[in-house]
Design a protein around this ligand. Structure first.
Ligand code: ATP
Ligand code: MG
Length: 448
């Protein structure tokens, strides 16, 4: 390796993003909100590995899908030759784990997961190679009630996050035999319009014709709009299920539109499918997608177990939150400790630990490469931290056994300095900070 190579900057993998501290409060606000909504519906968390055996995804998602055809990060385990894949979605792993640990044995389960997913897509707005999802999987429930509950959970989440302009599209893609009947007619129809089909559609015509209905190609819209509709092929059971979902949504005033062309990109879905869509994000407007996947557990070797779930794209929802208001901000700490001299430094450590014992967030100034240790440069750091108070300890304070407490914010009388005996520092600050926080709870602010 040349000298030059060694010093070359190494950058992140294309399409994989860092989430920097300035953005983290918004992510935390999102994550805390989703988790509390999920909890309020009785969903329990499950964590599965990021890497699974490749056949798990190939079998679940389907061979003729975007994901399996071209988006999976797969590799061979160099130790034993296993074919492995970074998970492109969450459902397959959750269902594997449910079967492996007989989780649904004693009764139905409401589960949720969160974490990074990996797809080798062309990076663009709203489309990354590592992205994040929150998802819910309700396993072992047969009726339309759970489908409606999952949808209402999403609606509550948008409301709690203050997100408007997300609309619900709903469809039923029936059961396998209904889809097979429709498929015959659909292929015949597509054959009549072969001249309008783009290359992708022609390639999929006999392998996954349903997915052609989902095309975004403007030249094909009129053709797909007039194509045979799956809804017209549903038998009484599928229809009753679909009507059951709609009845609950209507009763609870959840607006939706039936989109007869809505399909999902994975083969395991049946009956209810839905997407939450916004016009605020350009081309990548689907923020959450889900549906029923009754065949999947059995496909994985479990005993037949109905199921329904959704996955939401965190990056797209974070972008909507940004558009909805000022970004959430978070102060680094409540108190910043500034000190000069060895005795003051040692005393600072003691005070900082006592304040943390009392539940406050404290930053103790530490030596750094790019800032001098002068009071002035330390105070600049204190300012930048957003702390409500600075504690100043120098020779004078050490001689008098006091800490100088300085208010940093205009609304508490900025710049006011109060000498407080060491033993009273904790009480003094706890009173002021916890007292003030009772009005605001937490120091995350999210304005609309
Ligand atoms: P799309 O039509 O956008 O390709 P999809 O059908 O592949 O979506 P799902 O597999 O259903 O998407 O994933 C659920 C959600 O995860 C999507 O609605 C979207 O919000 C998000 N998502 C999917 N792929 C990506 C990606 N590459 N980058 C960011 N978010 C994504
Ligand atoms: Mg996709």
């Amino acid at each position: 390796m040349s000298e030059n190579k060694k010093t070359e900057k190494i950058v992140a993998v294309k399409g994989m993003n860092d989430i920097l501290p300035a953005e983290a409060p918004l992510w935390e606000l999102f994550e805390n909100t989703v988790q509390s909504v999920l909890k309020s519906y009785g969903f329990q968390q499950i964590r599965t590995p990021i890497v699974e055996q490749t056949p798990l995804f190939a079998r679940a998602i389907g061979a003729v899908t975007d994901i399996v055809e071209k988006e999976m990060y797969s590799f061979t385990d160099s130790m034993n030759g296993d074919q492995l894949t970074l998970r492109p979605e969450g459902t397959a792993g959750v269902v594997r784990a449910v079967i492996e640990h007989s989780l649904a044995y004693e009764g139905p389960k409401r589960l949720w997961y969160a974490g990074p997913m990996f797809r080798h897509e062309r990076p663009q707005r709203g489309r990354y190679r590592q992205f994040h999802q929150f998802g819910a999987e309700a396993i072992g429930f047969t009726g339309p009630d759970i489908d409606a509950e999952l949808i209402m959970l999403c609606q509550r989440l948008w409301d709690d996050l203050g997100l408007e302009n997300i609309r619900l599209e709903l469809n039923s893609i029936g059961d396998a035999d209904e889809r097979n009947k429709h498929r015959v007619d659909l292929i015949a129809y597509l054959e009549q319009h072969i001249d309008i089909l783009d290359a992708e559609a022609q390639r999929r015509m006999y392998t996954n014709p349903l997915r052609i209905l989902d095309t975004k190609n403007p030249a094909m819209q009129a053709m797909v709009n007039a194509a045979p509709k799956l809804l017209d092929y549903l038998g009484p059971d599928s229809l009753a299920h679909f009507e059951g979902v709609q009845k609950i949504l209507k009763h609870n005033n959840i607006p939706y539109t039936v989109n007869p062309r809505l399909v999902r990109g994975m083969d395991y879905y049946n009956r209810t499918v839905f997407e939450w869509v916004t016009d605020q994000l350009g081309a990548q407007g689907t923020v959450c997608a889900g549906g029923r996947y009754d065949p999947l557990v059995e496909m994985f070797g479990g005993k037949p177990t109905p199921a329904c779930g959704f996955g939401m794209g965190v990056e797209r929802l974070i972008e909507l939150m940004k558009a909805a208001g000022e970004p959430a901000t978070q102060n680094q700490c409540d108190v910043y400790l500034v000190h000069q001299g060895e005795a003051a430094q040692l005393q600072s450590f003691v005070l900082a630990e006592r304040l943390r014992d009392a539940g406050l967030d404290v930053v103790l100034h530490c030596a750094s490469a790019n800032a001098g240790g002068s009071f002035k440069s330390q105070m600049k750091r204190a300012d930048a931290s957003g702390a409500a108070f600075a504690i100043i300890l120098g020779d004078d304070e050490m001689h008098q056994n006091v800490a100088m407490i300085k208010t940093m914010r205009a609304d508490d009388g900025e710049g006011k300095q109060t000498p407080v005996p060491f033993d009273e520092v904790v009480d003094h600050l706890v009173d002021q900070i916890i007292g003030a926080a009772e009005h605001e709870h937490e120091h995350i602010h999210y304005h609309h």
